[in-house]
Write a protein that binds this ligand. Structure first.
Ligand code: ATP
Ligand code: MG
Length: 363
């Protein structure tokens, strides 16, 4: 296993006004890993990054980079480089001066700097941009200058704060691929902040999902999507159906849940009898059948109430007879042809393994 480059150990940040922005975050990022920190606006992503970069000190906990405790070190004394949410290029400097900045601060000889600036501008496909003013660059170009400025110091970890947030959708998708390929090629360790779940899943080796200052789950994109651990993760990463209820039976493999709507659900996994639990299920795991299947434990009658067409697939909103609502996502059959119509009678079928028992963080 690769060595740990960044380690957060029970890190807290309480601002002077009493606001708790980060509460007890622990996280390890390994060498060469691309880890996305994903969460909604205001959950503490930038604050976490600023503490790793040294622009903010934790109220409690330790931060280590390459095994060295840097918790209270100044930014220039730790081997991390940050690209800010708005790029923060120096407007009065040329592109080359912006990129050279980190090396000038370290008193690297000018001839070495000039050579490196050329190399890194070429790496981000900005050959010939040396003398341009950052004010006259497009969003995508500014983003690449900011990236070159961070990469040139050859940091142990690159901290990217929503680096693609200011770009339009098409450019953003192009840059996602380009950035991923470039950073993989450089084998650099990256902590990448985003509030866009698709971006996190597409870009990273692992995703850390954050809410209210807490990291609720860390895992590979498919682990986080297929096996969400908390109600927040299930709802924030992709779309989920939720069921709430009381455990009425349990064996080593399955749990039977009586939901608030009065249906009985078999769920894989165990929970103590009598406990109130929440389970989730992805819409693409809810099948719709025209007739009941007695061999299927979780088969519930209902009616289609709405259909959302997405091109390759459609979402069917189903009101079950028990009163609960479900979303089913099914691939489209033919152009414009729906499998079901609004008002159709259907049976929603869910395999027990498609249902996940969720727990509140810390539980
Ligand atoms: N210097 C500060 N003093 C007081 N509160 C702050 C300070 N900086 C940030 N906060 C608060 O801390 C919380 C977390 O902020 P942070 O900038 O880390 O969120 P974020 O996850 O990066 O959000 P966004 O996606 O909008 O960038 C917010 O409620 C914010 O208002
Ligand atoms: Mg932020």
């Amino acid at each position: 296993m690769q060595p740990c480059v960044v380690e957060l150990e029970d890190v807290w940040k309480v601002f002077d006004n009493g606001l708790v922005a980060v509460r007890g975050c622990s996280l390890q990022i390994r060498k060469g890993e691309f880890l996305a920190l994903l969460g909604p606006s205001g959950c503490g992503k930038t604050t976490t990054l600023r503490m790793i970069a040294g622009f903010e000190f934790p109220s409690r906990g330790r931060i280590r980079i390459d095994g060295r405790d840097v918790t209270f070190e100044r930014p220039q004394h730790r081997n991390a480089a940050m690209v800010f949410q708005n790029y923060a290029l120096f407007p009065h400097m040329t592109v080359a001066e912006n990129v050279a900045f980190g090396l000038r601060m370290r008193q690297v000889p000018p001839s070495v700097i000039a050579e490196k600036v050329k190399t890194y501008l070429s790496l981000v496909r900005l050959d010939g941009y040396q003398d341009r003013s950052p004010k006259k660059l497009s969003g995508g170009e500014q983003q690449r200058v900011a990236l070159a400025r961070a990469l040139i110091t050859e940091p142990a970890v690159l901290l990217l704060d929503e680096p693609l947030g200011a770009l339009d959708r098409k450019l953003r998708e192009e840059m996602q691929l380009e950035l991923k390929q470039l950073l993989n090629r450089l084998e650099i360790t990256v902590l990448f902040v985003t509030h866009d779940q698709d971006e996190a899943l597409v870009m990273s080796h692992r995703v850390a999902v954050m809410a209210n200052g807490q990291i609720q789950q860390v895992g590979t994109p498919d682990e986080v999507y297929e096996h969400p651990r908390t109600p927040f993760v299930a709802g924030f990463v992709g779309v989920s159906n939720f069921f709430q209820g009381r455990v009425i039976g349990s064996d080593p493999e399955y749990t039977v849940l009586e939901t608030t709507g009065g249906i009985r659900l078999a769920v894989s996994g165990t929970a103590p009898v009598g406990e109130q639990i929440i389970v989730s299920c992805r819409p693409e795991k809810v099948c719709l059948a025209v007739s009941p299947d007695s061999s299927f434990f979780n088969s519930f009658p209902g009616r289609v109430t709405a259909i959302k067409y997405y091109g390759a697939s459609s979402q069917y909103f189903v009101q079950l007879d028990c009163g609960l609502s479900l979303i089913s996502m099914l691939p489209t059959l033919e152009v414009g042809e729906h499998r079901f119509q609004i008002g159709d009678r259907v049976y929603a079928e869910i395999h027990p393994r498609a249902l996940h028992i969720l727990r509140e963080p810390g539980a």
